[in-house]
Ligand binder design. Structure first.
Ligand code: HEC
Length: 384
């Protein structure tokens, strides 16, 4: 049934072309020519490399304004187009394009000839198409090597997925083309207890990302969590999970990321995690990890990115120091008012005078001083 559907689909684009005289239809650049450029030329003539100073992934590159004499495609003139000439060169000619792999077929070369003869149309949509295709090609493909599942295993897994979804859990493949599963329970908050966590067990062979943050999971689930041997990412922020659970995760050989923000993760659990071969990042702000524990883990596993939130304390300390410094700079150097020497200085009334801060008892005295500083010079303390 399935192969039949594919077969029928694959016929679709062919039918209309056969129905009409192929010579009568204009070449569709984006559908017919651009895919050849993308597949056979862009590696050397695209964003990464511009061999022979040529880019073929946007109109402006192939047809630069003012440089018409240099164009390797001359619209309407296939025989004057260097690009077309190169496609048709002998296999062993140094100038043949593509410079790598099989030459283009005669049909593909004819497409280029026809496209150029018809005016080498390059619609703006084709530029967008190239940009999207090139961007998609550089996206890293997520692949997971997962163990085989027998029929019983598959059945148990499917039943568990149904049960989890019935509870409102988000259960989905990590990406298209993979059986790897992502489960997010965090939106359900305390509706998720150890009882629901137990439903994850049959997913162990496929479960690679798990989010139990803010759920009511407890250390009673340690055994289930420790059995999720394919786990890559574990989000467990703001849960009651304690150090015992994290210590028990020492068999999760694929684990790369743990978010233990606001949990009971302690130095023992961190040591166990740091020993995992793939572990790259642990988020442990507001956990029980001590500064020494963090230091020891970082020393033991230098590639581990450990976020203890300690930079926050550093920032707060720096901000407090700046406030203190500013207060010290603004502190008046004199105790008694230079204008009314029997009165104490009020720090709210100060001025910068002769490189130091002078204080007055009130705004009136300050104004009097500013009007005629010489008059009160005798009451100004010597500069420090
Ligand atoms: C493996 C790399 C590679 C691939 C793939 C490739 N080229 Fe080239 N191309 C080159 C190199 C290197 C040059 C410069 C040397 C030369 O002029 O022969 C070049 C030069 C050119 C030039 C001449 C540019 C100029 O003005 O000097 C054209 C036109 C051209 N290529 C078209 C194409 C087309 C069309 C394709 C795809 C069908 C293609 N190339 C695929 C490597 C490649």
């Amino acid at each position: 049934m399935r192969s039949l559907a594919v077969f029928a689909l694959s016929l679709l684009p062919v039918l209309p072309a056969q129905a009409q005289d192929p010579a009568a239809t204009k070449v569709d650049f984006q559908k017919q020519v651009a895919p050849i450029l993308l597949g056979r030329c862009i590696d050397c003539h695209g964003p990464k490399e511009q061999k022979g100073d040529l880019r073929l992934d946007a109109k402006v590159h192939l047809f630069p304004a003012g440089d018409e004499a240099e164009w390797s495609v001359v619209p309407g003139k296939p025989d004057d187009s260097d690009l077309l000439r190169r496609l048709g060169l002998a296999h062993d000619d140094d100038d043949i394009m593509p410079a790598k792999g099989e030459p283009l077929t005669k049909e593909q070369q004819e497409l280029f000839r026809k496209w150029i003869a018809e005016g080498a149309d390059w619609p703006a949509a084709a530029d967008e198409w190239f940009a999207a295709e090139i961007a998609a090609a550089v996206l890293p493909k997520i692949t997971f090597e997962l163990p085989e599942l027998d029929a019983a295993g598959k059945q148990a897994l499917e039943a568990a997925v149904v049960a989890l979804r019935a509870k409102g859990a988000v259960v989905q493949p990590v990406a298209a083309d993979t059986e790897a599963i992502d489960v997010n329970l965090s939106l359900l908050r305390d509706q998720i207890t150890d009882q629901e966590i137990a439903l994850l067990q049959p997913l162990a062979a496929r479960l690679v990302w798990l989010n139990v943050s803010r759920t009511a999971v407890t250390d009673a689930s340690a055994k289930v969590l420790a059995s999720l041997g394919q786990l890559r990412r574990l989000h467990a922020a703001n849960t009651k999970l304690g150090d015992a659970t994290f210590r028990s995760l020492d068999g999760l050989a694929h684990l790369e990321y743990v978010n233990a923000y606001g949990t009971g993760l302690g130095d023992g659990g961190l040591t166990a995690l740091a020993a995992l071969p793939k572990l790259a990042r642990v988020y442990a702000w507001q956990s029980q990890v001590t500064a020494e524990g963090g230091k020891a883990a970082r020393a033991k596993q230098p590639r581990l990115e450990l976020d203890l939130g300690d930079y926050v304390e550093g920032r707060l300390a720096a901000a407090q120091k700046e406030i203190d410094d500013r207060a010290a700079r603004n502190k008046p150097q004199n105790e008694m008012c230079p204008v009314a020497p029997e009165k104490k200085v009020d720090p709210a009334h100060t001025i910068e005078h002769d490189g130091q801060r002078l204080g007055f008892c009130c705004a009136k005295c300050k104004a009097a001083f500013q009007k005629d500083p010489a008059k009160f010079a005798a009451n100004v303390p010597a500069k420090k």
